[in-house]
Design a protein around this ligand. Structure first.
Ligand SMILES: [Mg+2]
Length: 227
């Protein structure tokens, strides 16, 4: 059995900035700051980490009550921004085909490993009709530290499989050096996806086992991941 853990943003899909717009609106509402995430790089980080960095920039600390209010408002706004007419929402080429193929296999468990909170992860996936493919995952809800997420995902995969699975059975699939790092930290293999801002060389230098540009050649990717 193989465990395949997909990152979301920049790996499966692009939200066309819907995530950042929703976060910015929630931040304005809850913390009274207009452009709260200006100058804060989001890629490969957990949402909790992004929120903490934004608050630090404005001299605030992450308080559990306000953080929860922020999350609630963010999910509401994200439902709006994911469904508005702003351009740029798209899937990485080949994603649907690959997931359909994987869905037919009995030797692969397909899950998520993402810095998104669980609810926002599924809001983004649902827009593209992909939410049903992912029965488990590890999210920002589990840990603020992306590097700590792999064991949560493998534990959940093991429960689904009914027997213990290990990092050697696992691929982390993601678009940033942070995805590569979090897989390597636990001894998984890593498929880099050079579909966003990081190129093949950067992902290989970070330690990715393989790098693909996108998922346009599902047969090759399937044999890579499942052989
Ligand atoms: Mg990503």
């Amino acid at each position: 059995m193989r465990v395949l853990l997909f990152d979301i943003d920049g790996t499966l899909l692009f939200s066309g900035g819907a995530g950042k717009r929703a976060m910015t609106m929630a931040f304005r509402e809850v913390f009274g700051v207009d452009d709260g995430f200006a100058g804060i790089s989001m890629s490969g980080k957990t949402d909790t980490q992004i929120l903490r960095e934004a608050l630090a920039k404005w001299g605030r600390e992450l308080d559990a009550g306000l953080a929860e209010r922020f999350r609630r408002r963010y999910f509401e706004y994200l439902r709006v921004t994911m469904n508005d007419s702003t351009p740029g929402k798209r899937l990485v080429p080949g994603v649907s085909e690959l997931l359909r193929e994987l869905d037919r296999r009995t030797d692969a468990l397909v899950g998520l490993l993402t810095g998104n909170w669980r609810e926002s992860a599924y809001i983004k996936l649902a827009y593209f009709g992909l939410d049903g493919y992912f029965r488990f995952g590890a999210f920002a809800d589990d840990s603020e530290d992306r590097n700590a997420l792999v064991p949560f995902a493998i534990q959940r995969a093991s429960e689904l499989a009914g027997h213990p699975l290990s990092p050697e059975d696992t691929w982390v699939i993601g678009d940033t050096p942070r995805d590569v790092e979090c897989g390597l930290a636990h001894g998984t293999r890593v498929l880099g996806v050079a579909a966003s801002e990081y190129g093949e060389e950067t992902l290989l230098a970070a330690g990715a086992t393989h790098v693909v540009k996108d998922f346009r050649d599902p047969r090759r990717i399937l044999s890579l991941l499942l052989s």
